[in-house]
Design a protein around this ligand. Structure first.
Ligand SMILES: *[C@@H]1O[C@H](CO)[C@@H](O)[C@H](O)[C@H]1NC(C)=O
Length: 184
């Protein structure tokens, strides 16, 4: 009896600690082209259905090695959701691509995906480098925010993810999400 109670209590604590105090909804995915060439193609990714799940495919044209390729992420917040965006302090400056995937993709995106089911993009771990070329699908994915920070600003959040090769912008993706308090 005590044991069952202990298990229930542990489950309850687990749920409390894992559930974020906010809910994230996908608003918009907006691909953009590079300055002279585009090596990352996100234009067939869409939000679909009532839940606005991310669906479609993306392409990396050429393996992206750590010496040549970099990624930057600029973050903007519109607290009132009115399109008045302010740059946030949490930006990611141009970072070598494999480091960027290991740090940010692994925390913010990978937990939302099930390899072989909702994507065929390989699992990124310590040894993943270069980021492999190919065309990859994403099937009806909603963000799992378990590993996201506890403190995120409410309102509309815009992330501008830019890929660089030899210092030149080679394309990217703007992700716009809505962040609201979780109604309990
Ligand atoms: C999801 O993407 C796949 C592949 O691009 C497509 O065949 C399918 O129709 C899409 N589903 C929805 C609901 O848009």
């Amino acid at each position: 009896m005590n044991c069952i109670l202990a298990v229930l209590l542990l489950q309850l604590l687990h749920n409390i600690s894992c559930e974020q105090s906010y809910v994230v909804t996908n608003e918009k995915l907006e691909p953009f082209e590079g300055d002279s060439e585009t090596l990352v193609i996100f234009d067939s990714l869409k939000t679909t259905g009532r839940e606005r799940a991310i669906n479609g495919s993306f392409k990396f044209l050429g393996a992206m090695n750590n010496d040549d390729f970099k990624v930057s992420v600029e973050l903007y917040s519109s607290p009132n959701g009115d399109g008045d965006f302010k740059r946030m302090a949490m930006d990611v400056p141009q970072t070598s691509i494999c480091e960027c995937f290991k740090k940010f993709y692994v925390q913010f995106v990978q937990p939302s995906l099930t390899q072989g089911e909702t994507t065929n993009f390989p699992i990124v771990d310590e040894d993943t480098c270069p980021i492999p070329e190919g065309e990859y699908y994403i099937k009806g994915v909603l963000f799992n925010t378990e590993d996201w920070p506890q403190q995120v600003p409410r309102g509309i959040l815009k992330a501008i993810i830019t890929f660089f090769s030899a210092g030149k912008n080679v394309g990217g993706l703007i992700v716009v999400v809505k962040i609201e308090d979780r109604q309990s």
